[in-house]
Design a protein around this ligand. Sequence first.
Ligand SMILES: [Zn+2]
Length: 253
Amino acid sequence: MSVVTREKLKADFENFLAAGMKIAVHSSLSSLGYVEGGATEVIMALTDIITSSGLIMMPTFTYGRQPYDPDVTISYTGIIPETFRKMGGVERSCHPTHSYCAWGRGAKDILSGHEVEEPFKKGTPLEKFARQGGFVVLLGVTHAANSLIHVAQEAAQLPYLNRPKKVLVKKGAGFKEVIARRAGCSLGFDKIAPFLGEDDLVRKYTVAEAEVLFMNANDVLVRGEKTLKENPFLLDCGNPDCFACNEMRAFKI
Ligand SMILES: [Zn+2]
């Protein structure tokens, strides 16, 4: 097995990324092969290319598994975002279940407005990112990890989205209880791929050993919203035991 270096990553990323771009990265470190230096080198490759004139966002979701303190609560979206979260100069949003981290130009601004129940509705970080011309990078993962599809679900005002739960979030020296909307099952999100067009809105690249899906976030959001309005139950994962999808199926009658 060959060793993947930062220089190799940069050379491959430069096929579709450049200084000043806004990118949201969903990632699998192991998909790249053996990366010398691990997650840190992937992040450094990205910051070297995008520079502080652009913006890098990553999901640092916590799912309400423990009381949320943006300064310390660990994320469950992979080692790359978890490493990114702890880097100097990286900001984190305040949503108690679906926070984002961001670095670069406008990071604080894009993370503001996340103190709402619905993590992906209009005015939340990923929706703003799409409207501001950002690009989504699925690095070794599929649409099952593409949170932009959650934004499209919210934009389409699907009937089954109102799934509140109580979570604890840091306030002063303690925690307070707030309501957050559960985002639901994403395991069926690849079913949207044919509607985005294989060689149309989503372009494929290779970085080291990983396949990358690269897309203009707003183009996919607009197409996704239209698709889901026409097919509101498209994203059912098909597992008869899926709790979230069973909640959705109850609206089918
Ligand atoms: Zn499901």
